[in-house]
Design a protein around this ligand. Sequence first.
Ligand code: PLP
Length: 422
Amino acid sequence: MNDQTNAIHFGYEKETQGTMAVPIYMSTAYDFGSADFAASSFNLEQGTDHVYTRVGNPTTAILERRFAKIEGGSASLAVASGMSAIFYAILNITEAGDNIIASTQLYGGTITLFTQTLKKLGIETRFFDVNGYDAIESLIDDKTKCIFFETISNPSITVPDFEPIITIANKHGLLTIVDNTVATPYLCKPLKLGCDVVVHSASKYTGGQGLAIGGLIVERENLVEKIKGNSRYNYFNEPETSYHGLVFSNCPASSVLFTFRMRMVLMRDTGAVMSPFNAWLFVQGLETLALRIKEHSKNALLIAQFLEAHPKVKKVNYPLLATDKNYANASKYLQNGASGLLSFEVENLAMAKEILDKVSVFSIVANIGDSKSIINHSASTTHQQLSKEELQKAGINEGLIRLSVGIEDADDLISDLAKAIG
Ligand SMILES: *Cc1c(COP(=O)(O)O)cnc(C)c1O
């Protein structure tokens, strides 16, 4: 089946009295029925949907199956937020003393997670510029656990060349973890390009209407081949003491070992679980994601072209503008559009603020991926915690305005901006 059919049907067999809509199972726990079944559930012999909602829930499981299918992966784990998705993906392979390699062009929350919180846990982040991946190899040592980057970076809007990064990672037996929030699986499938793990903030395009916070981590098919026997990933190759010496890369669930360990160790112990109600909202969102992302992409390109021709706009960043420095990579990796995120630069901070105050269809909001159009001044809001150098590295200057273009009528959006820019 194709993606759009899977987005509507995959992973739900109408086992609940034929209800067409996916039901919401609001339940903390499940009746095991027999002592033997209870024991085997805790022993990891049974599935994880019927033990305790911290490690699995039937509504959430439908979202997980469906999302993994559309991303082209083998399994996924739903978590409480995009940030917890990134945290868990990293924590699943690292411990104090390890390091990770990450792009400088990242979401602001990811940068502070890496430079502040992970640092306090003893995990070092070594940064590379995704426009110059040559530097990556010199950053790798035997404590390096992954290379992390974004498909379309938020907010500097850079599209990396996946191939050389994947080649370097594979040469060193390193995992690549890609944040695919902005592109969504409809515009790019990093796992199909050879990346190993994808993370998402479902709060953005997946939900699509700014309704709920959530995150997902998806692993590629056959990831076990890269992890099994690989000395970088001891968690999967050495006996797990909390499960009586089970070795994840040998167990029957080894075809989904990355997800399985995250769920059975990290979720069990730290519990950033997605609510079943939010999972249900994301199931609704997924049904229309393909339709929405086409409209977001179409509107954003029209606005990018309008802004590019405007005399008061110094620069426009949108990957599918022919003049954009990302155009070659975007044409190669984003075949169905470049999503709704664009940024543009005006002369200075005062002018940027004036534009924010003058628009009326766009709202000033710290979010992206809503059906409603959003305008934001990155340097003073979402990226305020970054130092001047970090801002520069992330490609953000004082006059930079970010738009998350919604799915309103494009003409209305353009005249709103035209009035505000003057
Ligand atoms: C929003 C966002 C996140 C964080 O997701 P939350 O759901 O807000 O925790 C991570 N990465 C990117 C690219 C984002 O846009």
